[in-house]
Design a protein around this ligand. Structure first.
Ligand code: HPA
Ligand code: ZN
Length: 343
């Protein structure tokens, strides 16, 4: 990649729309919180933790992801986790974030919903004040658990509509169709929540179609396998449904065989509203700019492609139209000097 593209990406204003806050738990913080909360971990050092991050696929990763969360106990743990993420991405040009959290992974361990939410939201408020990063929070249902338990999470979320904007669906995908969650999504929509869902990461294109038709999602998380179905691609383009793609995640979870096989460029060329995100940066080896750099390098993205990805990140966000435009104007201003000399 040219220095010019590197420099462009570095401080290019961008939104991150696919980020699991629990997936930002760095090994250093995992060890520090284990000590603070007197939790036993099967690791003694940062190196040992990092060495464990070799994944065969999504489920293999999820097993470690849920185990890592055991150190998150107090409200201040969730605050520290969220604050560390915001400080990292503030330095990478990020000015808006839409963050997932997995309450069932915590309430199942006896941590109160309000403890989780309180820590995350107060860090987001500090981030708005001190780092000028705006945010939305998306509560995910865990798809490996029964729909009744998703309803419990939804009931909790209904007490906090001021802080939770949307609901999503994550965790193990293979063999678990979106239709399993039709009722809880309908209830969530009736309560005024926007909906998104992970679909087509390991699951087939049909799961993306079902997420659109049954869960009525406004955005598809990952969506890689949507590209297997030309009619579905045409529909996503026509309906301007965003895809939140995660290149390093795809590579580390073996959704793609190599970074060159990443579908971001194909999706851009097809006219899809594709965005680039980090998913679980601590586990997958890079925050948002590392993801922009990896796809740029592997797919030889042009300056125009990179700028389109940044504009798409705001266009695909849940911000009001006026704010989207303000951010898109900021992308154009930042990119101006690069575009004039570009390809
Ligand atoms: N896929 C599904 N569930 C997840 C992921 C993911 O990439 N990250 C955290 N939970
Ligand atoms: Zn994800």
């Amino acid at each position: 990649m040219t220095d010019q593209k590197n420099t462009l990406i570095d401080k290019l204003p961008k939104a991150e729309l696919h980020l699991h806050i629990e997936g930002t738990l760095e090994p250093e913080m995992m060890l520090a919180l284990a000590k603070r909360n007197d939790i036993a971990l099967p690791y003694d050092s940062v190196e040992e933790i990092r060495a464990a991050y070799e994944f065969d696929g999504l489920q293999d990763f999820l097993d470690l992801y849920y185990a890592g969360m055991s150190v998150l106990i107090e409200e201040r743990d969730f605050y520290d986790l969220t604050w560390a993420y915001l400080e990292t991405v503030a330095d990478q040009g990020v000015t808006h974030v839409e963050i997932f959290f997995d309450p069932q992974a915590h309430t199942d361990r006896g941590i109160a919903f309000e403890t989780v939410l309180g820590g995350i939201t107060s860090a987001l408020e500090t981030g708005a004040r001190e780092l000028r990063i705006t945010s939305r929070l998306i509560m995910c249902f865990l798809r490996h658990l029964p729909e009744e338990q998703a309803f419990d999470a939804l009931h909790s979320a209904c007490r906090h509509k001021d802080h939770i904007h949307a609901v999503g669906l994550d965790s193990s995908e293979a063999g678990i169709p979106p239709s399993n969650f039709a009722r809880v999504y309908e209830a969530a929509r009736n309560e005024g929540f926007i909906t998104v869902a992970h679909a087509g990461e390991e699951g087939p294109a049909a799961y993306v179609t079902d997420a659109l038709d049954i869960l009525k999602v406004s955005r598809v998380d990952h969506g890689n396998h949507a590209l297997d179905d030309p009619a579905l691609v045409a529909r996503l383009v026509r309906e301007k449904t965003p895809l939140t793609m995660c290149p390093l995640s795809n590579l580390r979870l073996k959704v793609i065989a190599s970074m060159e096989a990443n579908p971001v460029k194909t999706a851009l060329d097809a006219g899809l509203l594709v965005t680039v995100n980090s998913d679980d940066p601590s586990y997958f080896g890079g925050y948002i700019n590392a993801n922009y750099e990896a796809v740029t390098d592997a797919l030889d993205l042009s300056i125009t492609d990179i700028v389109t990805l940044a504009k798409n990140s705001f266009a695909a966000s849940f911000l009001p139209d006026e704010e989207k435009q303000t951010h898109i104007d900021a992308v154009e201003r930042h990119a101006g000097k690069f575009m004039r000399s570009a390809d």
